[in-house]
Write a new protein. Structure first.
Length: 587
């Protein structure tokens, strides 16, 4: 018995090598996720049936006098020989993984082979295999919540098929003189080896599942990485540019036969196998693509006919259709193409689902940011373009009076008002202007205000000679000066003073506006510029708008800073980079 047990365990090693190879095949992995189809069920039945035949071939042959033959079983044996097969291992695994039908089918194949080999117990050997497959499949239903039965449970289940086998031998061959002796000899070794083999096999399956889960986790992380890398492409206004960027990114990052990006009407870009007949501009006609647009859910085509390719010899036979949804509508459809349906594993599906979800989220985020930016830009530019009617009315009155008293000054103020108005009216077309033009705008405003408050207000403007290649949001400095006049100096009857200072410090330009007025209320210093305040609260809305434009266009480092001066008055200052090559310069 010991020699027989050792021999069976040696043969068990061969079976486990075969089992290991099987667990690495894509078709086997589909069993683990219980994704059955008629064609795949037939394939699995045949594979496990062949596995059962191989298990029989590595078994042993026993003569009536319990003499053991260790050679491979390739041909039918004599009437006085008993074939001791290990096919029950394969049949039990088939039933546990694929259910009763698959287990029964694989058992029939293995049983027919044992019947063909003949010898003592051929009928019992043939019958026990399909019956074991059926029972194993029914047993698996008790563990339907588990993706794979644990090795301990499999070890327990594996004990019963050999016991049932021994019972069949005794029942079918009750009058056989040496059958009891044979059963006593092979019974315990078969129970040990079969149950151990089944337990080891299920442990292998558990390892495969963990590998699959790790691969799925990696696929999810890769999908997230791809979605982040896709953000620059999603920000393009042209859908063709978006499609090209996504197709190139996905084809370079993923091992796909081909990838295409389409809108609701046509294919925008196709990259990979089939570029000769999958043309840009082709109409969407594949079944999976149409379903994806209708259902807004990921679709899979395992049949080549569903792709409806015009080229009969096209190498692409399967595809995953991934809808990219924006505002509850399918904006883009990404298609992953595969040479074979078997290439679509759980990892590919996890990757596709992750990419679809992440890209949809990114596209909605980008669209929301664009909408907010456009709304904010329109609001800010509308505010910039407005000319205070009181300022205009007062200036026109000033000009009318000057024409009687000092025509030369009247002409100068008229030109300055024209320059000031022209600058404001052109703000709506640009986000930033040359600092030189901004300074001209401030000087025009300064001359008008200085003439208007002549004798009561002095405005000093200090700046470097060279201000070329430096850009600033338009109407940024003038509102600060206006705020000082309307709020900081409103109680100053005489000797009012404003200083506008622009100076270089390393790679930045510091711009400050100081006055000798009443300063900011202490309770407002911490919030002014960070949120809009009432119109009577020290120019809170105007300062807020200026601050937000500086932050949005030049970054957080250019935000406004506020402080009250020790000798009275206040200062508002900010800095801008000297070499910021920003587009949108006012012409």
């Amino acid at each position: 018995m010991l020699n027989l047990t050792i021999t069976l365990f040696e043969r068990l090693g061969i079976l486990l090598i075969i089992a290991f190879v099987m667990t690495r095949t894509p078709g086997f992995k589909s069993l683990l996720y219980r994704k059955y189809s008629l064609s795949m069920s037939l394939v699995h039945t045949l594979v496990f049936g062949i596995f059962g035949i191989a298990s029989t071939m590595v078994g042993i042959v026993i003569q009536e006098n319990v003499k053991i033959s260790h050679s491979l079983i390739l041909f039918p044996v004599g009437d006085d020989y008993l074939v001791v097969s290990m096919s029950l291992v394969a049949i039990v695994i088939a039933g546990l993984l694929g259910g009763p039908l698959l287990g029964f089918g694989a058992g029939v194949i293995a049983g027919v082979h044992l019947l063909f080999l003949g010898g003592i117990g051929a009928e019992a050997n043939a019958l026990i295999n399909p019956l074991t497959g059926l029972l194993a499949g029914l047993t698996a239903r008790f563990f339907s919540n588990e993706r794979v039965i644990s090795p301990f449970k499999a070890l327990f289940i594996g004990v019963f098929p050999p016991i049932l086998h021994m019972q069949f031998l005794l029942i079918f061959y009750l009058d056989h003189i040496s059958m009891i002796e044979i059963v006593n000899t092979i019974g315990l070794p078969l129970i040990l080896t079969n149950s151990t083999a089944i337990a080891i096999f299920t442990a292998m399956i558990g390892i495969v599942l963990r590998e699959q889960e790790n691969e799925a986790a990696l696929a999810s992380r890769q999908a997230l990485t791809i979605a982040k890398e896709a953000i620059p492409f999603l920000k393009n206004d042209s859908e063709l540019d978006v499609a090209k960027g996504l197709a190139n990114l996905l084809f370079d990052r993923l091992k796909l036969a081909a990838v295409s990006v389409a809108n609701q009407r046509t294919v925008l870009v196709h990259k990979g196998i089939g570029e000769d007949h999958h043309q840009n501009g082709d109409k969407i006609n594949s079944i999976g693509a149409i379903r994806a647009f209708e259902t807004k859910n990921l679709q899979i085509s395992y049949e080549k006919s569903e792709l409806k390719c015009i080229e009969k010899n096209c190498l692409l036979e399967a595809a995953i259709f991934i809808p990219i949804i924006e505002d509850n509508q399918v904006t883009y459809l990404i298609t992953f193409y595969f040479r074979k349906a078997e290439h679509i594993s759980q990892v590919e599906l996890t990757m596709a689902q992750g990419i679809g979800q992440f890209l949809s989220d990114q596209l909605n985020m980008v669209s929301t940011e664009k909408l907010k930016a456009n709304i904010r830009d329109a609001e800010l530019r509308n505010l910039q373009a407005q000319i205070n009617p009181h300022f205009l009315f007062n200036t026109l009155q000033l000009i009318a009076g000057l024409f009687r008293e000092n025509p030369t000054n009247a002409r100068h103020i008229t030109l300055q008002l024209a320059s000031f108005m022209r600058f404001n009216l052109r703000l709506v077309s640009k986000s930033v202007v040359e600092l030189e033009k901004e300074c001209e705008h401030v000087e025009a405003y300064r001359d008008i205000i200085r003439e208007r408050f002549k004798g009561r207000l002095q405005i000093y403007f200090s700046k470097p000679e060279d201000l070329s290649n430096i850009y600033i949001p338009p109407a940024t400095i003038q509102p600060l000066v206006e705020n000082s006049i309307n709020h900081g100096l409103k109680q100053k009857i005489k000797d009012a003073k404003i200083e506008i200072v622009i100076k270089r410090e390393k790679d930045r330009l510091i711009i400050s506006v100081r006055d000798n007025g009443i300063g900011f209320p202490e309770e407002l210093l911490a919030i002014v510029g960070n949120k809009p305040l009432g119109s009577d609260q020290n120019g809170g809305t105007g300062l807020y708008n200026v601050n937000q434009r500086l932050i949005r266009l030049l970054g957080e480092s250019s935000n406004l800073h506020f402080r009250n001066l020790n000798k009275g008055g206040s200062e508002v200052c900010f800095s801008i980079p000297i070499s910021n090559q920003t587009e949108g310069v006012m012409g």
